[in-house]
Structures are given as C-alpha cells and as structure tokens.
Ligand binder design. Structure first.
Ligand SMILES: Cc1cc2nc3c(=O)[nH]c(=O)nc-3n(C[C@H](O)[C@H](O)[C@H](O)COP(=O)(O)OP(=O)(O)OC[C@H]3O[C@@H](n4cnc5c(N)ncnc54)[C@H](O)[C@@H]3O)c2cc1C
Length: 401
C-alpha cells in the first residue's frame, strides 16, 4: 500500500474517450489523479446505435450523477418482432424478454447520448486531447514515456488503454490481437438508413438459417440497419477493405427477400457502414507493468450479450477504485481479482444471444421460433443474475497532500 496523501499527484494517461475512458477519467480524478485523455477522433462521437446500461452499471452512472439525464434519453423500445423468410410474423415480444432487461429500471440509450453525458461529467476536470493517439510508449524507466503522434512527449505513472476491441495500446504492450480474439462465428454490418417503414421504438428482425436482417427504429426518423450472417472463419481479407465488406454482405444476402434488397441498396450509399466480426476479447491478464486495459479492449463480450457498455462502465469504476490508495502493481492486481468473475459471467451469456438472434441451422431456427411464440408481449420484471453479479465498493474520495 502507498499513502498517496504524502506523494505528488500521480499522472495517468487514458487512451480512448468513448465509454470506459471518460468513466475512468471521472473516477481517477475523484481520487486526486492528474488525468489526461487522448482520443484519436476529433471529438466525442454523437449519434450511433442503441446500447444498454443494466444491473451494476446503473449504479456507476447514478454515482456519477448522470442517471436523470440518461433516463430522459431512454429509448423505450416497445416491441421486437421476428419474421420468417417470407416476411410473415413469427412472434412479437417485449424486447426485455429476449435481452433479460428489467422494465422501468434498465436503460437503453443511443451510444452518443451516453458518451456525451460521460464527457460532460468530466470534461472540466481533466485534460482531453483529441485528434491524437499514442505513437510509442516505453516503460523501461520509472514511469511510462509516451510519444504522441501529434509530436508531444510526456511521462506518466500509468497508461490505461480504453480503445475498444482493436486496441493499439493492447497490441503495443501485450502483442497482436489474435490470441485474445475469440471469434463467435458471425459477421455483421450496421448502418443508418431512412425510416420509410413507419417503424417507431421497435425492432423488426428477419431470419433464415445463418442470416438475419434487422431494422431498429429508436424514434421515428432514421433506422439502424443490421445485416448479420454466420461464417465459419473470419473474413480476414475484408476487415481492412470497406469495398470488400460491402461486396461480401451483398453476396451473402443476394437472394434474400423481405426488405433486404432495399437495405443492400441503402448500404451501398451509406457513409457510416460499420463491419466487424462478432467476437470477444479474452485475456489472461489485463495489465503489464504500468499499463492496463479496460472495457472492450480487455474483455469485449460481443453484442450478443448486450453487456459491452455495462462491462466498460463497471470495469472503469473498479479499476479507478482499485488504484485509489494503491500503487499500480497492487491496484491492477486488485482490479483483476475483484472484476474478473463479473466479466466471466457476462461473457458467458453469449450462447443465449446467438441462439435467439441468429440460429445458424433450420432446426435451431425452428426451435427458436417455438420458444419465441411462448414468450409474452409483457415486459419482464427480473433481469439476468450476471447483470448485477457485482456490488460496487464505495469510493472514498482522497484529497492529495
Ligand atoms: C454494432 C454494435 C452494437 C452494439 N450493441 C450493444 C448493445 O446493444 N448493448 C451494449 O451494451 N453494447 C453494445 N455494443 C458494444 C458497445 O458499443 C461496446 O461494448 C462499448 O462501446 C465499449 O466501450 P469502450 O469505451 O470500451 O470502447 P469503444 O466504445 O470501442 O471506444 C473506444 C474509443 O477509443 C478510441 N480509440 C481507438 N483507438 C484509439 C487509439 N489508438 N488512440 C486513441 N483513441 C483510440 C475510439 O475512437 C473510441 O472513442 C455494440 C457494439 C457494436 C459495434
């Protein structure tokens, strides 16, 4: 243990300003850390697809004072309708019955609404550097010497990577992504398109074995279009090449019915197509020396669990708490010890999501549809135990000496 009250403010560099990054910055600042956040984008990204905040993560945002703002931004998705190959209705259920959300309690907000609320809560207290990123880091001395791509060179006591699934800091310190990347057998493309369907606060999902097309209307304006498909091996060639991604998706869905031809046409013109593998990040350790990773960079659970955002919020809180009155080595060890079980439980939810949303065979699809028909359109009142499987420790703010 180190008594940080008698030592100068420790300097931390957080890389990535989405969900985990600003949350970590907020709580580290409360503990008297001198925090800098570097983000490669020019600004906090607005808009975006809907994400969930559930269980333990709700307590993180409540303690940050942003819960009322997020309640105002709640999307209140009312219906999830599953369609068969011909576009006929299989079942229409309350979304919580599929996601394990709790009505009136859990939150679903646009990703940008959450990132903006997190940023607003911390931007006046810590330094944000946009349009920049870590070029090199060297922890051979008594700290981490960082050179930023923009040319700056600084020394920090710690560097914390919150750069999402394909984290560069993780790669620089722990090596290539491959051994940590657990491919779950699907790829997806998501983009926005005009809501010409009359959908409002609802999702409609069309399935054939191994393929799913979904239209997700958060309000009355645009819809988020999702095209997901099973594929035994990840399409490595397509990842760096947006044109190859569009071609791959178009070929997989070439003979699809329902609204899919219109979705493919919209995808060709969309300027916000996001394509990736459905995958998790699993690492045996989340820190090395004075560098640690948090959120998707350390333990992305995949959107099949709907828990990526909640893990990022809880993980950031736990990391800050662990570092509150410890040096980096003891703090990182405590972070792992206190957070890993929660992460494991939530990453373990992945099977349920895949089986419900993307059955890969005709038999699995038939069984899924039978299960859905038995669900009600009423919202559920009990969440999944994994969502709340960690009780947050209290943070006692420390005043530097
Ligand atoms: C299509 C889709 C749907 C999803 N749906 C859900 C859902 O329904 N529910 C849910 O809970 N979660 C969902 N997620 C997951 C959720 O978005 C992530 O789990 C969550 O955003 C993780 O937060 P993070 O802060 O760890 O990383 P990210 O949100 O990925 O943020 C990383 C940040 O780091 C920045 N960055 C990257 N590299 C660098 C660098 N080298 N230097 C500096 N900055 C860098 C990025 O610009 C970004 O701002 C979904 C994800 C996707 C892609």
């Amino acid at each position: 243990m180190t008594d940080i009250r008698t030592t100068p403010r420790r300097k931390v560099l957080v890389s990535g300003a989405s969900i985990a990054g600003p949350t970590l910055a907020f709580w580290l600042n409360r503990h008297g850390y001198d925090v800098t956040v570097v983000e490669k984008a020019g600004t906090i990204r607005a808009g975006g697809y809907p994400i969930d905040v559930r269980g333990t993560a709700l307590e993180v945002v409540r303690r940050m004072g942003i819960l009322p703002r997020l309640r105002d931004a709640h999307i209140d998705l009312r219906r999830l309708t599953f369609l068969n190959e011909d576009g006929g209705e299989v079942a229409s259920v309350h979304p919580h019955n599929v996601t394990g959300g709790v009505a009136g309690h859990d939150l679903e907000v646009r990703r940008g609404d959450l990132t903006e609320a997190l940023y607003a809560a911390v931007r006046d207290d810590v330094e944000f550097v946009f349009n920049d990123c870590i070029e090199t880091l060297d922890q051979s001395g008594d700290g981490v010497d960082v050179i930023l791509r923009g040319g700056g060179s600084r020394r920090f006591d710690m560097v914390l990577g919150a750069e999402g699934m394909h984290s560069r800091t993780r790669e620089m310190v722990f090596g290539p992504e491959e051994p940590f990347h657990r491919y779950l057998g699907y790829c997806f493309a998501v983009f926005t398109m005009r809501n010409t369907f009359g959908l409002s606060h609802e999702t409609v999902m069309w399935n054939t074995p191994g393929r799913a097309a979904a239209l997700y209307a958060t309000g009355d304006d645009d819809v988020h279009a999702f095209l997901t498909f099973a594929r035994p091996e990840p399409p490595f060639d397509a990842f760096p090449n947006p044109e190859a991604q569009r071609k791959l998706v178009a070929s997989v869905f070439a003979d699809a019915g329902w609204e899919v031809p219109g979705m493919l046409a919209a995808m060709r013109d969309a300027d916000d197509v996001f394509f990736d593998a459905v995958a998790q990040i699993r690492m045996p350790r989340w820190s090395s020396g004075r560098v640690a990773v948090v959120g998707d960079a350390a333990y992305a659970p995949s959107f099949l669990t709907g828990q990526g955002t909640s893990l990022a919020l809880v993980g950031a809180y736990m990391l800050a708490h662990s570092l509150a009155d410890r040096d980096h080595a003891a703090g990182f060890a405590t972070y792992e010890q206190d957070t890993r079980e929660f992460v494991n439980l939530n990453q373990g939810l992945v099977g349920e999501g895949g089986a419900t949303l993307f059955p890969a065979t005709a038999e699995a699809l038939r069984q899924r549809n039978d299960r859905l028909r038995k669900l009600t359109a009423m919202p559920s009142s009990a969440g999944r135990p994994a969502h709340s499987a960690l009780t947050l420790p209290e943070l006692t703010p420390v005043t530097p000496g």
